[in-house]
Design a protein around this ligand. Structure first.
Ligand code: ATP
Ligand code: MG
Ligand code: MG
Length: 548
């Protein structure tokens, strides 16, 4: 284990611990909005927040940032909880911003009483127009000078449902000339007559992100509130609210979000892919969602390793998706059980075995660990499926597989030598005829023969048929989010479906357990698979096929 230097947030935390800030506590939070499924970018934030909690003997809350009733749903709440647990983390408390609505309302009243907030009847357009520009100060709207008493009455009436959506808003009274536009009397509350998935119809006013987030952090006594760089200009408002309300001083810190090549990473865009049927669902194995990656065969350990490798930076960057693929390949190489499957079959007939010959061979599950994690029985007979491209009629010199006169080892079995083949009317090879070498059995080979190549195979009478789903990148463009219409660069060939023959032990497969199909890649059983219709997903190939 190489010694890793501290990232900048760890440095801040260690400084705080040394200085006794926050009474020596570390309490972080992961604050998803339940308006979609989590993606790999969220995994970065989860690993960071929960990782810090673990590292510094602290805790991490899961807080659903549910202040926008229109787009949120309990389906998303459930999927988010499942994904975090699957990644291997557990939260100290499960909390909801909506549980703080009463407190937040009271905070708003406090600000009004301090003459630091006012009800504005202006329309959204009028407010925007009066805000000025970064180089020009804004101008007050007529309602800015309303009395505290009037504001208290109007805000109460907003809450009581006296007004329509958009008729009034509550704004902070800060500074209309501030160079930071976020401080030019930002909105704190808006009217929205909408059903909320938790509070039902109790509320028709909802706090804005900037009024809800920092105060929620403060209510929970969060010590380090970590968010992405876009929130840097919001920090002044975060601090202003806490200062003026004289509540617990949580602090906001910003890190660079994860951007990844050939991927879009916003829930809004991912939702469009689902709604427009470019993918089957949120957990389609081509999606960068945690649930999609899981269904594809990614392991929690591989995602955590990826998040660890990309680190925590203060500047935006773009991570190559092949790093994620590297991480799952590295993990599965160590953990996946080896099995045999044939994707593009032709028949190999062993002519010196009787037609009813059946033999039980064995192959270890995992050659990467001592003891191989046990072995499975592999049935062997005189008719086998092999890959079509493991045979060549006119094999060049360095072709160490099958062709007339060539010998090869059958994995976990015997050496065979080709002496003939059969073609159909179109000139396609349909059968390869071989003899096997009886004393060449793997592990007890006394034949003295040296063969360079080993190929995989499946016994014809024992083979099970399965559907195989081979995935490619969902986008052809390296940065699809940069183009005006990201859907234009969707790769039309991101999914190829084919058939394969697999060895019968794979009937024991379960979704999420990774298998290396020897020479073909890493696969896992799809969640849609059934005993009558098996489906395997290719998680990733054995090598990076995109590398030059
Ligand atoms: P999206 O734009 O995809 O909807 P979001 O930031 O609106 O993302 P939230 O549910 O609010 O989604 O995010 C929860 C947490 O995850 C936030 O703290 C956010 O900063 C973090 N997060 C979201 N996307 C990324 C990303 N790409 N990289 C790192 N952290 C992210
Ligand atoms: Mg958000
Ligand atoms: Mg969002």
């Amino acid at each position: 284990n190489e010694e890793k230097s501290l990232n900048f947030i760890e440095e801040i935390i260690e400084d705080d611990l040394r200085n006794g800030a926050h009474d020596g506590r570390v309490l972080t939070r992961f604050p998803p909005e339940p308006n979609g499924y989590l993606h790999i970018g969220h995994a970065k934030s989860i690993c960071l927040n929960f990782g810090l909690g673990q590292k510094y003997n602290g805790k991490t809350n899961l807080r659903f940032d549910d202040t926008n009733p229109v787009t949120e749903d309990t389906e998303y709440v459930e999927s988010i909880k499942h994904d975090i647990q699957w990644l291997g983390f557990s939260w100290a408390q499960e909390l909801y911003t909506s549980d703080y609505f009463d407190t937040l309302y009271q905070y708003a009243v406090d600000l009004i009483k301090k003459d630091l907030a006012y009800v504005d009847d202006s329309t959204a357009e009028e407010i925007a127009a009066a805000k000025g520009t970064p180089t020009e100060p804004g101008v007050p709207t007529p309602n800015r000078s309303r009395s505290v008493e009037e504001n208290l009455v109007l805000f109460q009436e907003m809450k009581d449902g006296k007004y329509q959506d958009g008729e009034k808003v509550l704004r902070a009274k800060i500074d209309l000339a501030n160079p930071n536009m976020h401080l030019r009397d930002p909105l704190l509350y808006r009217i929205k007559h909408a059903h909320h998935h938790r509070t039902g119809n109790k509320w028709c006013i909802y706090p804005m992100y900037d009024f809800a987030h920092g105060q929620s952090d403060s209510i929970e006594k969060i010590t380090h509130s970590i968010c992405t760089l876009e929130f840097i200009p919001h920090r002044a408002l975060y601090d202003w609210c806490i200062e003026k309300l004289e509540i617990y001083p949580s602090k906001q810190y910003e890190f660079a979000r994860l951007n990844m090549t050939y991927t879009v990473m916003s829930k809004r865009k991912l939702l469009q892919l689902v709604n427009d049927k470019f993918v089957e669902s949120w957990d389609d194995p081509r999606m960068p969602t945690i649930s999609g990656l899981r269904r594809r065969g990614y392991t929690p350990a591989s995602i955590r390793a990826f998040c660890d490798k990309i680190g925590v930076a203060k500047r935006e960057n773009m991570i190559d998706v092949s790093l994620l693929e590297f991480c799952i390949r590295e993990d599965l190489n160590k953990t996946a059980w080896r099995r045999m499957a044939v994707l593009d079959p032709i028949k190999l007939v062993i002519t010196n075995l009787p037609t009813d010959h059946i033999e039980e061979l064995h192959g270890e599950n995992n050659p990467e660990v001592e003891g191989g994690e046990g072995s499975r029985m592999i049935p062997f007979s005189n008719e086998l499926w092999i890959e079509r491209d493991d045979f060549m009629e006119d094999a060049p010199k360095k072709f160490f597989r099958l062709g007339p006169g060539l010998s090869v080892r059958l994995k976990n079995a015997y050496i065979v030598t080709c002496h003939d083949f059969v073609k159909d009317a179109n000139g396609q090879v349909t059968e390869v005829h071989c003899t096997y070498v009886p004393n060449s059995k793997s592990g007890e080979d006394t034949s003295g023969m040296k063969v360079k190549g080993t190929i995989h195979w499946v016994s014809v009478p024992h083979a099970k048929e399965t559907e195989i789903r081979l995935y490619d990148r969902l986008f052809n463009d390296e940065n699809p989010a940069a183009s005006e219409n990201f859907k234009e660069s969707i790769n039309p060939d991101s999914l190829k479906i084919s058939k394969a023959y697999i060895e019968p032990d794979l009937l024991n497969a379960v979704p999420g357990k990774g298998y290396q199909f020897i020479r073909l890649g890493y696969f896992t059983l799809d969640t849609s698979s059934s005993p009558d219709h098996l489906v395997f997903n290719r998680t990733v190939g054995l090598k990076d096929s995109w590398a030059k």
